[in-house]
Ligand binder design. Structure first.
Ligand SMILES: Cc1ncc(COP(=O)(O)O)c(C=O)c1O
Length: 389
């Protein structure tokens, strides 16, 4: 058996991805994208009035088998407008894992509601269901069909499970707990286009699901997102609100609410349409990359490459290395060693509950999330690493 060392881990990463500089995730483009963008420019309808927005929505809807898909300017605003449409407001609380990207939590804050942090587990990197259920039993009561935080007296109206790095959290169980405690479910699916739980696309289990098409995601629209929902009334509301709440009329400007300019521009949707035609190729490349990393790390002690769970199909958006607990102190020196050799690996996020704007918010014991953050390093994961040129 080989002996654990930073150099050995670095060498195994190098062996997997080859020479040169490597970033965490780079997009892959070809002539399709250029053609679609040229076509949009020719139409002159580059903003939300163009034809590509709706086309893109239809394709996403078909791919995810969601009843509705509403394309928006980014994942964060998708989450925000979804909560707005669900009626989330000031003096409510929304449960969210402390281990997530800050955008999930900011979106809650924009509504005026308070984020309330819950713990995660290393098994699937998502919300720890056992801990969650016990915690809710202890801290809340149901009154008038609403979940009330006994300490703050606020309504806990929603839960926002997050599918971390493209891997499904225990969404079925979370949905069950949500039902029991009268919580709406906003699935943060930002990282999980192409990921499934028992053949059902992630983002279609909750009241809404939001996908991101930021430049670092599996497909990109430059910046953008899409809201998925099977609730027709909600879909109509989200579309209306994201389009300045404008009523249909040939020339009059009539707005019946304080709406938002959140529609995805046609130029971005055109890029997304071209990207979407290659989703299978991208997913295959990512799966191959996962196997390559796994093989190269097989004989290295003290580390493991994160693997999708049973009945789940991950998009393997990011490849994740997990250090054994006894090696967690090596994390920063390993990152530094790789950075100095132009491999730009990254840790998981800092727990959002530890960031200045969120330190005073409600939270449960977050030992699971802390343990993950202490031991996770994400490795270069671009699909282009394994797509034959
Ligand atoms: C987990 C998570 N939630 C929300 C977002 C926000 O998406 P966007 O960057 O499109 O606003 C991202 C990604 O960037 C994310 O990774």
């Amino acid at each position: 058996m080989k002996k654990f060392s930073v150099k050995l881990i670095y060498t195994s990463i190098r062996k997997t991805i080859g020479k040169g500089s490597h970033y965490l995730h780079e997009p892959s483009f070809s002539s399709n994208e250029i053609q679609n963008i040229k076509d949009t420019l020719k139409t002159k309808f580059v903003s939300s009035a163009g034809i590509y927005g709706e086309k893109f929505e239809q394709k996403i809807q078909k791919y995810t088998k969601s009843k509705h898909a509403i394309a928006v300017i980014n994942g964060t605003q998708g989450l925000y407008i979804s909560m707005k449409a669900l009626g989330v407001k000031k003096n409510q609380e929304v449960l969210v894992p402390a281990l997530t990207f800050v955008g999930s939590v900011n979106a809650i804050t924009y509504t005026g509601a308070e984020p309330h942090f819950v713990d995660s587990n290393i098994k699937d990197l998502g919300i720890d269901c056992n801990k969650l259920e016990k915690y809710l039993k202890k801290i809340s009561k149901i009154k008038n069909n609403k979940c009330i935080n006994k300490k703050t007296k606020r309504i806990i109206s929603c839960i926002m499970p997050v599918h971390i790095f493209g891997h499904s959290c225990d969404i079925k169980n979370i949905a069950k707990i949500a039902k029991k405690f009268r919580l709406k479910v906003i699935e943060d699916t930002a990282e999980a286009l192409g990921s499934f739980y028992k053949n059902k696309h992630l983002g279609t289990f909750g009241d809404v699901g939001c996908i991101s098409f930021n430049g670092n995601k599996i497909i990109t629209t430059g910046g953008g997102g899409v809201v998925l929902t099977n609730n027709s009334k909600l879909a109509k509301k989200i579309k209306h609100l994201s389009n300045t709440a404008k009523l249909k009329h040939k020339w009059e400007y009539i707005h019946d609410d304080v709406g938002f300019n959140f529609r995805m521009p046609s130029l971005n949707a055109a890029l997304g349409l071209a990207q979407l035609t290659k989703i299978k190729i991208f997913l295959n490349a990512k799966r191959k990359l996962f196997h390559k990393y796994s093989n190269n790390f097989n004989s290295i002690p003290g580390v493991q490459i994160f693997k999708e769970g049973k009945n789940l199909r991950s998009n393997y958006w990011l490849q994740t290395l997990i250090l054994e607990k006894k090696y967690k102190n090596v994390k920063d020196s390993l990152i530094n060693y790789c950075y100095n050799r132009k491999i730009f690996v990254r840790p998981a996020w800092k727990l959002i509950s530890s960031l200045r704007p969120y330190r005073q918010k409600q939270k449960m014991n977050l030992s699971g999330a802390k343990d993950i953050a202490d031991r996770v390093i994400n490795l270069p994961s671009s699909q282009s690493l394994l797509i034959k040129k």
